[in-house]
Design a protein around this ligand. Structure first.
Ligand code: SF4
Ligand code: SF4
Length: 268
């Protein structure tokens, strides 16, 4: 049986990189896909336009509003599948409002001008430009935001980037290396260094396996391989969820799908 182990390489609020040993790239790709299309977030879905005298039409305004990332509170709102709801109910929907008017001067309406019924659901970034109003122009909108998944529309996808690749391996043949430094100069990630008369790799997980070092070496003293049996997964959040929560939820979504599959097979 294959031994599986995980190692956290890097993590902050918006990004996470993990090495999962023993899980091939082809399998880990399902986690990447689940993160893109199955992990639920909250996003503006319907826009009720009471007044819009701006130059932007209602549809374009609604499209822009839908793409504004909203903070998604954990376990607070339900998805369509999680409850029986015909339309908008407090379990799945939160209302937000946008009202702006330009009097004597131009006004730039930004995401930070949106107000919400729920203090936990708000635009992550306050400086996203929505529309410019000329003097005399006005908008007044009510928006309903609901939980959804990326497969319905990209506005619900929690990630900007989700990548899986094999583990990079850089081998240095010190008996052949004359420390000429050519590979150090060409490495775009600056991870090759000569220290104490030895060529070393400072951060292997930053290696993009571009092979520039291999091509530059006159002595064939460096070799780069990709181990597809181990997976390096990297995700960047749009901001609606923490990067680590997206990764954990992606695994949860796969387990949920597997349970659904099992039930279907058993005819339950
Ligand atoms: S393969 Fe590219 S990124 Fe990796 S060590 Fe070589 S030059 Fe640097
Ligand atoms: S280019 Fe080749 S010989 Fe020169 S330092 Fe790099 S590995 Fe060594």
């Amino acid at each position: 049986m294959r031994k599986i182990s995980s190692k956290l390489i890097m993590k902050d609020e918006r990004q996470i990189t993990m090495l999962v040993k023993g899980v091939p790239v082809t399998i880990m790709n399902s986690v990447r896909r689940a993160a893109i299309s199955l992990v639920p977030t909250i996003a503006i879905d319907k826009v009720y336009v009471f007044e819009n005298t701006s130059v932007m039409n209602d549809q374009m305004l609604a499209h822009r509003l839908g793409l504004i990332p909203l903070n998604t509170p954990k376990n607070k709102y339900k998805t369509k599948e999680e409850h029986d709801c015909e339309g908008e109910c407090p379990e799945c929907t939160v209302y937000l409002y946008l009202k702006a008017e330009a009097m004597d001067d131009h006004v730039i309406v930004k995401s930070g001008d949106i107000t919400s019924d729920d203090p936990d659901v708000y635009p992550i970034y306050s400086d996203i430009e929505i529309v410019r109003l000329a003097p005399g122009q006005k908008i007044e909108l009510t928006m309903s935001a609901r939980m959804g998944r990326g497969w319905e529309h990209a506005k619900w996808s929690p990630v900007t980037v989700a990548v899986v690749r094999g583990e990079p391996k850089v081998r240095i043949f010190h008996n052949k290396c004359d420390l000429c430094g050519e590979c150090v100069k060409v490495c775009p990630k600056n991870i090759l260094k000569i220290r104490e008369d030895k060529l070393i790799v400072t951060d292997i997980y930053k290696c993009t396996t571009c092979m520039l070092c291999v091509d530059s070496c006159p002595k064939e003293a460096i070799k780069v391989d990709i181990d597809e049996n181990n997976s390096l997964i990297y995700m960047e959040s749009v901001g609606s969820l923490k990067a680590e929560d997206i990764l954990v939820s992606a695994f949860d979504e796969i387990i949920r799908k597997m349970k659904e599959f099992t039930k279907a097979v058993k005819g339950e």
